[in-house]
Ligand binder design. Structure first.
Ligand code: SAM
Length: 284
């Protein structure tokens, strides 16, 4: 197989189905929000909602709700970047499962450092590279069609690695084994992810509905700590963002870009079967 060829990157029928999902995805909740300022996210938001947007006169109401949802999604990405530790301009970061690349652009703007983003969707990679060119940061921000379980990067390449809502597509032990290889000793790993709550028992109906909607496999919270520890990562910060993300979902449920997945998310969070977590860990 040629390195970087489709067969080399997409190793299983499951991975091909996930790639196909993201290759054809043109959901307004992602594209309209991204068009606000050219930062395209495929993750959810956190923080207090400005509920006055709902009182806006009809001719501007939709536009203001979209801008507010986007503000909360960018706040989520900033919160993730806050936990990467000190990053110097010469450092290199990996945005693993990068989507259309918004978080990497933000990281480059904040740290001035080198970014590599990877996705198994060639369409997303092409879109993200186009955004980097439009912002004239293509020398420092590069997106690649690669699999996070076998990235092909050299050993000890990265000062920091993150997954922003993209760990639910992979086995965590295999993932952190690959990261243990490519991160520098003392480097920082950060994820923001939905996780099923171990204390609920087995996954709830709402968690199963979310899995079915996105063709993914939401991991239990405990699995992150087992897999990190097994691969030489020592957790340094855990933040439960569940309460902080509920207002975003409540606003989204009232918006023109609601997709129907709002109900399972709100039910799962409110019944306690699902949590929105930030986990940061250092490579020993
Ligand atoms: N992190 C991005 C963000 O915050 O906007 C995108 C998150 S999106 C929910 C999930 C991403 O994970 C998609 O870009 C998808 O292509 C990617 N992905 C899923 N499985 C992958 C794998 N095995 N290797 C690389 N990327 C993968």
């Amino acid at each position: 197989m040629t390195p970087g060829s489709t067969a080399d990157v997409l190793r299983t029928p499951y991975q091909r189905s996930v790639a196909e999902y993201w290759n054809v995805e043109k959901d307004p909740v992602n594209l309209r929000l991204g068009a606000v300022d050219g930062l395209y996210h495929h993750h959810y938001g956190i923080g207090e909602v400005d509920w006055s947007v709902l009182e806006t006169p009809l001719d501007r109401r939709d536009e203001r709700i979209i801008a507010e949802l986007h503000r909360l999604e960018s706040a989520q990405a900033e919160f993730l970047l806050d936990h990467l530790g000190p990053i110097a301009p010469q450092d290199r970061l990996l945005d693993s499962g990068c989507g259309r690349g918004g978080s990497s652009i933000m990281a480059n703007a904040r740290f001035g450092c080198h970014l590599d983003g990877i996705s198994i969707s060639q369409q997303q990679v092409d879109f993200a590279n186009q955004q980097a060119r439009l912002r004239d940061v293509q020398d420092k921000v590069r997106y690649h069609f690669r699999n996070m379980l076998d990235t092909g990067f050299d050993a000890a390449s990265f000062q920091g690695i993150w997954n922003n809502e993209s760990t639910m597509y992979v086995d965590l032990f295999a993932l952190f084994s690959e990261y243990a290889r490519i991160i520098k000793p003392g480097g920082r790993y950060v994820t923001i992810t939905g996780a099923s709550n171990d204390t609920f028992g087995l996954p709830s109906k709402s968690v199963c509905d979310i899995n079915a909607r996105y063709i993914c496999d939401i991991h239990p919270r405990s699995e992150y700590f087992k897999a990190l520890s097994a691969n030489g990562f020592s957790p340094i910060t855990v933040v439960d963002l569940t309460e902080a993300t509920i207002p975003y979902w409540e606003l989204r449920a009232k918006s023109s870009v609601a997709t129907g997945v709002e109900d399972p998310f709100l039910t799962a969070y409110k019944e306690g079967s699902f949590q929105y977590l930030l986990i940061a860990a250092d490579k020993i």
